[in-house]
Design a protein around this ligand. Structure first.
Ligand code: ZN
Length: 453
């Protein structure tokens, strides 16, 4: 049995000192505060439960920063999407695996211990399925296995180019399945993930613009007791198109037509009325917020203050992976609200720390959205532990919740020192155990893709 001893740790009932954690079978077998280290490995750090990254498109990491050039007309999400489509047209399964492994390692170094991979790049560049329909899902599973991150794989159903059965564009052919073929792909993904300890497979109808009502219903029927993720109301044009198609706004349509509840994660949900915001909060679905990507794409601001006041639950995701940093996602989430409301400490209740409030909400919401056990340092829980460097300047002079405020508002991923997932140490002194090899493979794959441009 391995045992770890931390100077400080955030336990379910608060902060504790001299915490000895015994690991067995990937879980926390025993935990004692105020303990002597004994034979335990000593860590003079601040141990936190792991945070889930609930929304990622791993391959997009490789185009981070490649779409930051002004266009001839107004630039937007839609023009960014054209750049993304041109980029992915050249990707092979080997590229996708190399990019996913790189970004999963970065997530671990940034303090995320689990990822929800919203995976829609299924077919060959000409749009034809690979001989193995699960060629690409297998690459995502392999990247998770190689890096040690916990995976919730969310295979995406993508049927159409826009509301009302608009045909997919040539660039979208790599994503497209009819519901029947999607169910074959889903079965293949489940078989692949079964070989990876702790992996979970859910479903992801891409968005109301990309699936039709029958396709959506058939996907939901195929996944009665797993996570359901969907992009919704990210863009105003999408809201307008949805109203033109159905007479209802996207979140309004979804809540009216399906029993949206705790299994669901509505990604973005940026553009909602007050009525939609309160109804989504009551549904107990998770709002999957991706503040860095939403800022980069100019999506707009989620109504977090109203949603949280109505009791809504949320988590964070790195989505386009233009930056991978847990602290930065939470910071930007709060800063968006501060700028919008011209106020400080918008989410924290009176007397509470903003860092702690954001961290706890994202920790709970992320675990719920990815169908993972509650993320906490307690006997029986998975041994997913993130240890912060209390000697980092951003944490010096802090204690307790102040460590979270220091990390989130004054620090970044350099504060993350060691990370364990399922009891296995995957990050040591800020570096993923295979950082150099993964980077070399990433660099080779990226050169290959860019030289084909
Ligand atoms: Zn997304």
């Amino acid at each position: 049995m391995t045992a770890l001893h931390f100077a400080h740790a955030l336990l379910p009932d608060g902060w504790a000192e001299d915490v000895r954690i015994e690991l067995a079978g990937g879980r926390i077998a025993a935990l004692q505060a105020g303990a002597v280290p004994g034979d335990a490995e000593r860590h003079a750090t601040v141990a936190l439960p792991g945070l889930a990254n609930l929304h990622s498109h791993a391959f997009q990491r490789a185009m981070a920063g490649l779409a930051e050039i002004g266009g001839s007309g107004p630039d937007s999400f839609w023009t960014w999407r054209e750049v993304m489509y041109r980029f992915l047209a050249r990707l092979t399964p080997e590229h996708v695996e190399a990019f996913a492994a790189q970004v999963f390692a970065e997530m671990l170094e940034a303090g995320f211990t689990a990822v929800g991979e919203f995976h829609y790049l299924h077919h060959a560049p000409d749009g034809r399925p690979y001989d193995d329909l699960g060629e690409m899902t297998g690459r995502i599973v392999a990247a998770a296995a190689a890096t040690g991150i916990s995976l919730t794989l969310l295979p995406v159903l993508y049927q159409q180019g826009g509301f009302g059965g608009e045909p997919p564009s040539p660039a979208q052919q790599r994503f497209v399945n009819d519901p029947e073929r999607f169910l074959v792909l889903l079965a293949r993904a489940r078989a692949q993930a079964a070989a990876l300890p702790g992996a979970i497979v859910g479903v992801a109808p891409h968005s109301l613009r990309a699936v039709d009502p029958d396709g959506l219903a058939s996907v939901l029927a195929a996944a009665p007791d797993g996570p359901i993720h969907i992009h919704v109301a990210e863009q105003l044009r999408e809201v307008e198109d949805c109203v033109a198609w159905s007479g209802q706004r996207p979140v309004e349509w979804l809540l009216a037509h399906h029993p949206v509840g705790p299994h669901w994660c509505l990604v973005h949900a940026t553009h909602m009325t007050v009525t939609e915001t309160e109804a989504l909060a009551r549904s107990r679905a998770i709002a999957g917020l991706c503040p860095i990507t939403e800022a980069n794409l100019g999506d707009g601001l989620f109504a977090l203050r109203g949603f949280a006041a109505a009791g809504g639950s949320f988590g964070v995701g790195s989505d386009s992976n233009i930056r991978v940093d847990a602290a930065e996602e939470l910071r930007l989430l709060e800063y968006g609200q501060r700028l919008a409301h011209r106020a400080r400490n918008v989410i924290a209740p009176p007397g509470a720390s903003s860092g702690r409030t954001l961290f706890d909400a994202a920790r709970r919401g992320g675990a719920q959205a990815l169908f993972r056990p509650a993320s906490e340092l307690a006997p029986g829980a998975p041994a997913d532990i993130v240890a912060l460097d209390q000697t980092h300047p951003a944490l010096l002079g802090h204690a307790g919740d102040g460590w979270l405020d220091g990390w989130i508002f004054a620090g970044d991923r350099a504060v993350v020192r060691d990370v364990w997932v399922g009891g296995r140490r995957v990050v040591e002194q800020g570096r993923h155990r295979d950082r150099d090899a993964l980077r070399r493979r990433y660099a080779t794959a990226l050169r290959d893709v860019l030289s084909a441009a």
